[in-house]
Design a protein around this ligand. Structure first.
Ligand code: NAD
Ligand code: TDX
Length: 328
């Protein structure tokens, strides 16, 4: 079996590759894996070190917008799992061009090559942010797409392209829409690693606005297991929400992190709110649970404690990333 993983040197993609390389998603059989990654500021080849010696892993340094390269890499693949994206909302507010180029044009390039290259299954990894913001209740997969940031608008555009390639060309593509991930190897621009590493450095943490925004937290291992289920048994053309079931305000999250790192509220700096800041995300995971038997397995308490421990022990991994970008 040959699996192509785009964005496999990023946070979630590299977790998927490390697990897939051990046969976790193929019943113990070891698949051939090709990682296609541009190694932007968010990509880190060291994320693949734990499986770097595997003879079945090949790394291709390249851009998903490069049509000839993508055509060559995807041809005849049994599975494409598409993680590559510009993924940080704040960066999309500062400038949206790269988001449209990679997330929209890059996805279109991949879908085209997959349709032409007889790819057996394609999983497009998307986000709950495409639905917008919801005050009460949860979104099912049929909720309208009402994205509010340039990031989520670019992801929604790519979801619609995936749908169109299924309807028009019969491409066997599924879309997954997932809530906020956390875990090891997450770039320190995102809130959990940012707050943990700031506190480890004795620096304050910047809490946006009133801190009452709600996010649903999902461990990256549970997310990747959900993606693998969709890859194996998801119906082509369908969308599957993946959620963690742990909704927390940013104040609630900050309180937990302060306590775990032995700090208090004097280490919190209130800063102006993010522009267009979505108030709450919440996905209904009834479909993937009922149809594919999915449920998250890692409790937030256990997952967060292990994640904090990982950052405590892996300063060698995150310190250079923070140094490269002084604002973190
Ligand atoms: P990330 O920013 O950590 O990694 C993105 C990876 O894509 C990097 O390795 C980067 O080098 C690569 N990349 C970027 N542009 C590229 C291009 N043009 N060509 C090839 N490679 C390129 O992102 P992540 O947090 O791991 O997210 C992975 C996917 O999951 C994204 O599609 C994101 O929208 C989605 N998602 C993320 C979350 C989350 O909480 N992090 C939640 C839901 C969905
Ligand atoms: O410094 C900060 N202070 C702060 O209060 C940062 C970076 C964030 N926040 C808040 C904003 C959000 O309400 O924390 C919450 C989480 O922020 P991020 O970590 O930036 O994540 P979010 O914007 O929710 O998006 C994430 O989840 C969905 C990922 O980055 C996306 O790629 C994914 O699609």
């Amino acid at each position: 079996m040959r699996i192509v993983v785009t964005g496999g040197a990023g946070f979630i993609g590299s977790h998927f590759v490390r697990r897939a390389a051990s046969g976790a998603y193929t019943g113990g059989e070891l698949p051939e894996i090709v990682v296609l990654d541009k190694l932007t500021y968010a990509g880190n080849i060291a994320n693949l070190d734990p499986v770097g010696e595997s003879p079945l892993l090949r790394f291709v340094h390249g851009d998903i917008c490069d049509r000839p390269l993508v055509t060559d890499v995807l041809k005849g693949a049994d599975l494409v799992v598409h993680f590559a994206a510009e993924s940080h909302v704040d960066r999309s507010i500062a400038g949206s061009e790269e988001f449209v180029r990679t997330n929209v044009l890059g996805t279109q390039t991949l879908l085209n090559a997959a349709a032409d290259g007889d790819v057996a299954k394609f999983v497009h990894v998307s986000t709950d942010e495409v639905y917008g913001s919801i005050d009460d209740g949860s979104w099912t997969e049929s909720a309208p797409l009402e994205p509010n940031s340039p990031y989520s608008a670019s992801k929604a555009s790519s979801d619609l392209l995936a749908r169109a390639f299924h309807r028009t060309h019969g491409l066997p593509v599924c879309v997954t829409r997932c809530s906020n991930n956390y875990g090891p190897y997450q770039h320190p621009e995102k809130v959990i690693p940012l707050f943990v590493t700031n506190l480890l450095d004795g620096r304050k943490v910047p809490l946006y606005g009133d801190g009452a925004n709600v996010r649903d937290w999902l461990h990256v291992d549970d997310h990747c297991r959900g993606i693998a289920l969709v890859a194996e048994r998801g119906t082509p053309g369908e969308v599957y929400n993946i959620g963690g079931g742990t909704e927390l305000t940013n104040i609630g999250l900050t309180e937990r992190l302060l306590e775990m790192l032995g700090a208090d509220w004097s280490m919190v700096q209130r800063v102006p709110d993010r522009k267009g800041h979505d108030r709450r995300y919440s996905v209904d995971i009834g479909k993937i649970s009922d149809q594919l038997g999915y449920r998250p397995l890692i409790s937030f308490e256990q997952g967060l404690a292990e994640t904090v421990e990982w950052y405590v022990s892996r300063r060698d991994w995150w310190a250079p990333l923070k140094k490269a970008e002084r604002s973190y």
